[in-house]
Design a protein around this ligand. Structure first.
Ligand SMILES: CC(C)(COP(=O)(O)OP(=O)(O)OC[C@H]1O[C@@H](n2cnc3c(N)ncnc32)[C@H](O)[C@@H]1OP(=O)(O)O)[C@@H](O)C(=O)NCCC(=O)NCCS
Length: 269
């Protein structure tokens, strides 16, 4: 046996045997920081524990673009009340001008699959995952749709969009996506109602936050949420700033924020 392997064997033999202890309740928030742990820093045991419920779905994440408008519009209106859901044109606008800020979490299956995914595929038309296997459908189970804005929090102007966006592109319009803005505004986090409470929302949010943070796209992420979801976002590293002035969808929102560049240590988080 090579010398390096021999010394590794001796080290392993000297270690106490692994025991199966009580189930670990994972916290995805660093004990020393309010920021969430990057997914690549979470021990695989915790990842498996946390995402056990969704493992049969074999979810995968992709950036969204204009070709996903149909699917995002469908999902948005399933997940949100009509007063809160973004209109189809607003979704189209956001995916057209800044699709790179948006993410989808998908699964795939065949119409013959005898699971809730199979039943879903039989209920409407889904795009094929691959042109070489047109029977295998790609199912959008969750999405995050975002834009950038100059204001530190999400405002009614950032929730809106310019009426002439199809004919006149503007880099920094007063409403909608501002390419020079330093706040990434998360406008929609939605998970298909039949697949909620399986961890999809959490994994989509954490992986998206990590991508936005690591890419240096902005200085912070801001969002509006209902009071009941404040703990959900706090567990992912956001802080509550209290009641928002935004009147979108009848108002009554809480401002949530995650500042980048603060409390960062040498490990980069
Ligand atoms: C909010 C939402 C995205 C969460 O997605 P999900 O896949 O169901 O969430 P997860 O399974 O990852 O659950 C994460 C946690 O949030 C909690 N949670 C989920 N939905 C909740 C709700 N409506 N109210 C309170 N807590 C909720 C879960 O109990 C879970 O808690 P845990 O970490 O202690 O287990 C999803 O419920 C949804 O699409 N809701 C409708 C649209 C919406 O309100 N979006 C948020 C806009 S601000």
């Amino acid at each position: 046996m090579p010398r390096a392997l021999e010394s590794e064997k001796a080290t392993l033999e000297g270690m106490a045997p692994l025991e199966k202890g009580p189930p670990v309740q994972p916290s995805l928030v660093s004990p020393h920081h309010d920021d969430p742990l990057p997914l690549y820093r979470i021990p695989s045991l915790l990842v498996e524990e946390s995402f056990e419920k969704m493992k049969d779905l074999k979810p995968f994440s992709l950036l969204l673009n204009q070709e996903d408008v149909e699917e995002c519009d469908w999902l948005e209106h399933l997940a949100f009340d009509s007063i809160e859901a973004a209109s189809r044109e607003k979704i189209e606008y956001r995916l057209a001008v800044c699709g790179e800020l948006c993410s989808g979490i998908f699964s795939s299956a065949y119409t013959t699959t005898s699971t809730p995914l199979g039943a879903l595929i039989r209920s409407r038309k889904f795009p094929s995952i691959d042109s070489s296997d047109s029977d295998r459908k790609r199912i959008l189970l969750g999405h995050i749709i975002a834009t950038k804005h100059r204001h530190r929090t999400v405002t009614d102007d950032s929730m809106d969009f310019p009426s002439n966006w199809r004919t006149k592109y503007q880099l920094s319009p007063s409403t909608g996506h501002d390419e020079d803005g330093e706040t990434v505004c998360l406008h929609s986090l939605a998970v298909h109602p039949d697949f909620q409470n399986q961890g999809l929302g959490k994994v989509l949010l954490l992986s998206w936050v990590q991508r936005i943070r690591d890419s240096g796209t902005g200085k912070r992420i801001a969002l509006l949420c209902r009071e009941r979801l404040v703990p959900f976002y706090e567990r992912s590293g956001f802080k509550s700033l209290g009641p928002s002035k935004a009147q979108y969808g009848g108002g009554g929102w809480v401002d949530m924020i995650m500042e980048f560049g603060q409390d960062r240590n040498d490990d980069g988080f």
